[in-house]
Ligand binder design. Structure first.
Ligand code: ADP
Length: 225
């Protein structure tokens, strides 16, 4: 089966004279739960942005869920991102005038152009419960703590049941108990649905929970587990 994510000879960056990351080869199989590690500034977020199609590769191949992000136009990359990928980026981008529940349902609204149905609302509530967000569903993001905002962003990524989840330090602002709970939810949800997970983490204690660890700090970006 074709991998969910495959980079080959990829050069990723922000234009001439700026940072550039070279990824000779990186592959994440369908249903695999992969961690991405490496020193700060080595390009982990850049790689997630390229996989998500926020930026196109300068060279090489970035294939995601069957789409070549290098040749796809901006509209096709956006559609793939909206319809099939769940994102937890470092900038959480919660919408301040919507309640937490409406923030959780927003990606579905954007992808379908319709109000989410009862099954989606039910899934949003179930995920919220697993993350301890139930008492906050009617609150506006401005009164949430940093950790509560991060858990909201995590739930929002999972609500549409995406085939691929990309998460950039999704537990970085959480206390150890909540971090454990959030990581377990990401892993369980992937296992239950057969979806693929690519997670940037700085927490060495989390690495054993993943199927594979890719170290961008290694010369070839090779896997270390
Ligand atoms: P990591 O996630 O491993 O800490 P990043 O991918 O965030 O690393 O950053 C890698 C490099 O890319 C850094 O030098 C950073 O300054 C640079 N960078 C990140 N975003 C941009 C941008 N939008 N424009 C130009 N350079 C950027």
């Amino acid at each position: 089966m074709e991998p969910a994510v495959e980079l080959e000879g990829a050069r990723l960056g922000y234009g001439p004279g700026t940072f550039e990351l070279c990824v000779p080869h990186l592959r994440v199989a369908v249903g695999e739960r992969a961690a991405l590690i490496g020193p700060s500034g080595c390009g982990k977020s850049t790689l997630l942005h390229a996989v998500a199609g926020v930026v196109a590769p300068a060279a090489g191949a970035v294939r995601v869920l069957g789409q070549d992000q290098g040749t796809a136009g901006g509209a096709a990359r956006r559609r793939l991102r909206l319809e099939r990928i769940g994102l937890v980026f470092q900038r959480l981008e919660l919408i301040e005038y919507l309640t937490v529940l409406d923030n959780l349902l927003l990606p579905l609204r954007l992808a379908s152009g319709r109000a989410p149905g009862p099954a989606h609302v039910e899934r949003a509530r179930t995920l919220s419960q697993r993350l301890g967000l139930t008492p906050l569903l009617d609150a506006r993001p401005q009164r949430l703590s940093g950790g509560e905002r991060q858990r909201t962003a995590l739930a929002r990524a999972l609500v549409p049941a995406p085939e691929l989840v990309l998460a950039d330090e999704p537990t970085g602002s959480l206390d150890p108990d909540n971090a454990e709970r959030a990581l377990q939810l990401l892993l369980d949800d992937s296992a239950e649905r057969g979806s693929t997970l690519l997670v940037v983490t700085h927490d060495p204690g989390q690495l054993g929970a993943f199927d594979v660890v890719h170290d961008l700090g290694q010369p070839s970006g090779e896997s270390v587990a």
